[in-house]
Design a protein around this ligand. Structure first.
Ligand SMILES: Cc1cc2nc3c(=O)[nH]c(=O)nc-3n(C[C@H](O)[C@H](O)[C@H](O)COP(=O)(O)O)c2cc1C
Length: 362
C-alpha cells in the first residue's frame, strides 16, 4: 500500500485540531483574513467549487487560495458527482497552493441534493464509494483527500457503509456534521454518531455542528473522541473562538471579550468585505446577515439585533453599533449565544440553490 499524504500540522503540536467550516458566501478571502486577525483555526476550507461538465474553478474562490496570507493551510472543497470532471478539477486545483481536496457530502439545499450532489449523494453509498476511490487516486500520495459529510439523508441507514468506504479509500480527514440532510440546521446535533465515526474510521475526525464556544468544543471532544472540531456559524458570531479553544484546551482561561472589541470586529469586517462595485445599501444588507449571528451574544433581550435590522446606511449601522456596543464598552460579550435571541431568517428557504446566509440561521 502506498504511503498516505501527511496532513498539515496544527498550531500547537498535540492539541486537538480546529477548523473554520466551509460556508458559501462567507468563507471568502476577506472573511478568513478577519478570522485570522482574531486567531486563525488550524485549517481553513474554501466555499465549494461546483464541478460539472462546463465548470471552471470559480475565480473568487481561487482567490481565497492564491492570496491566502492567513498563515494557515486551506483545503479546496468540491461539490459534484461527475467523476471525470472531478478528476479534472482536482488536477487543476493541485496547481494552486491547496492543503488538500475536500469532497462535500452534506449540502442540504434541495436544488443541490436533487442533482445528487452534496447531501444528495448520501442516498447512494455505492456511488460515494466510486467517487472516493477516484478522488483518492487523483489526489495520490502527496495531496491529502478529505471528506465532509452529514450522518445520512433521510436517516442513518447508510452511515456505516459510508464510513467503511472512507476507511477503505484511505480518506485523510473526515469532518462529520452530526445531523441528517432532512434535519437541516436546527435539530439537536447527534454527537453520539460523531463518536461512532471517530471510533470506526482510522483517520482523524472533526466534530461539527453547534459548537457554540470553547467550553462546548472541549466537551464535544471529550464526548466524541474526535481529533478536532470544525466551527461555522459561531465563528461568525465570535471570531475569537479559535484562540479561546486553544486557551481552553491548554487549561488556560481565555481573556474575556468585551463589547468595545465587538465594535472593532464589526468595523474590520465592514472594511474587509467592502468593494468598489458593491453599493453601500447592498453591503449594509450583507453586514446585517453577519450581525444576525453577532447580535446573539450582545444582549439577552436582542435589542441590538432588533435595531440593526432597521439600518439601511453605513452611518445608521455604525450609530446603532455605537449605541449598543460603546455605551458600556467594558460589558462582556457572551461566550454562548443568549437563549431565545434568534438569528433571522430562521427558516431554510426550500428553493435556495446552495447554503447561504440568506437561508441559514443559527
Ligand atoms: C451560510 C452557510 C453556508 C454553508 N456553506 C457550506 C459549504 O459551502 N460547504 C459545506 O460543506 N458546508 C457548508 N455549510 C455547513 C457548515 O460547513 C457546517 O457544517 C454547519 O453550519 C454546521 O456547523 P455550525 O453549527 O458550526 O455552523 C454552510 C453553512 C452555513 C451556515
Amino acid at each position: 500500500m502506498s504511503q498516505l499524504p501527511k496532513l498539515p500540522s496544527g498550531h500547537i503540536l498535540g492539541q486537538p485540531l480546529t477548523a473554520l467550516a466551509p460556508m458559501q458566501d462567507v468563507t471568502d478571502l476577506a472573511f478568513m483574513r478577519v478570522i485570522a486577525h482574531y486567531g486563525a483555526p488550524d485549517y481553513f476550507f474554501t466555499e465549494f467549487f461546483r464541478v460539472h461538465s462546463q465548470s471552471r474553478p470559480e475565480k473568487h474562490i481561487l482567490r481565497s487560495i492564491d492570496e491566502n496570507d492567513t498563515g494557515r493551510p486551506i483545503f479546496a472543497q468540491l461539490i459534484g458527482e461527475d467523476t471525470p470532471q472531478l478528476i479534472r478539477t482536482v488536477r487543476e486545483l493541485r496547481t494552486h497552493a491547496i492543503a488538500g481536496i475536500d469532497l462535500n457530502l452534506g449540502c442540504p439545499a434541495p436544488k443541490v441534493y436533487k442533482k445528487n450532489v452534496g447531501g444528495g449523494l448520501l442516498r447512494d453509498p455505492q456511488r460515494i464509494a466510486e467517487l472516493l476511490a477516484a478522488l483518492r487516486d487523483a489526489c495520490g500520495s502527496d495531496c491529502p483527500f478529505t471528506v465532509k459529510m452529514r450522518i445520512g439523508f433521510e436517516d442513518t441507514a447508510h452511515f456505516n457503509t459510508i464510513l467503511d468506504s472512507v476507511s477503505q479509500h484511505r480518506v485523510d480527514l473526515l469532518s462529520v456534521h452530526g445531523r441528517t440532510v432532512r434535519e437541516g440546521y436546527r435539530s439537536e446535533v447527534h454527537y453520539d454518531f460523531i463518536a461512532h465515526a471517530a471510533a470506526r474510521v482510522p483517520c482523524p475526525v472533526l466534530a461539527n455542528g453547534n459548537i457554540t464556544s470553547a467550553t462546548k468544543a472541549r466537551d464535544v471532544l471529550t464526548a466524541t473522541g474526535s481529533a478536532g472540531v470544525m466551527i461555522g456559524r459561531h465563528a461568525i458570531r465570535n471570531p475569537w473562538i479559535f484562540s479561546q479553544c486553544r486557551d481552553t484546551l491548554a487549561d488556560r482561561e481565555p481573556p474575556p471579550v468585551v463589547l468595545a472589541q465587538v465594535r472593532d470586529y464589526i468595523e474590520r469586517l465592514y472594511e474587509a468585505t467592502r468593494s468598489a462595485d458593491f453599493p453601500e445599501r447592498a453591503h449594509v444588507n450583507k453586514m446585517k446577515k453577519y450581525l444576525n449571528f453577532v447580535g446573539q451574544s450582545v444582549d439577552p433581550a436582542g435589542a441590538f439585533l432588533h435595531a440593526i435590522r432597521r439600518a439601511s446606511t453605513a452611518t445608521e449601522l455604525f450609530q446603532i453599533c455605537d449605541t449598543h456596543l460603546l455605551s458600556e464598552p467594558g460589558k462582556p460579550f457572551s461566550d454562548e449565544p443568549y437563549p431565545g435571541v434568534i438569528a433571522r431568517p430562521n427558516c431554510e428557504t426550500p428553493q435556495s440553490d446552495g447554503c447561504s446566509l440568506e437561508t441559514v440561521a443559527a
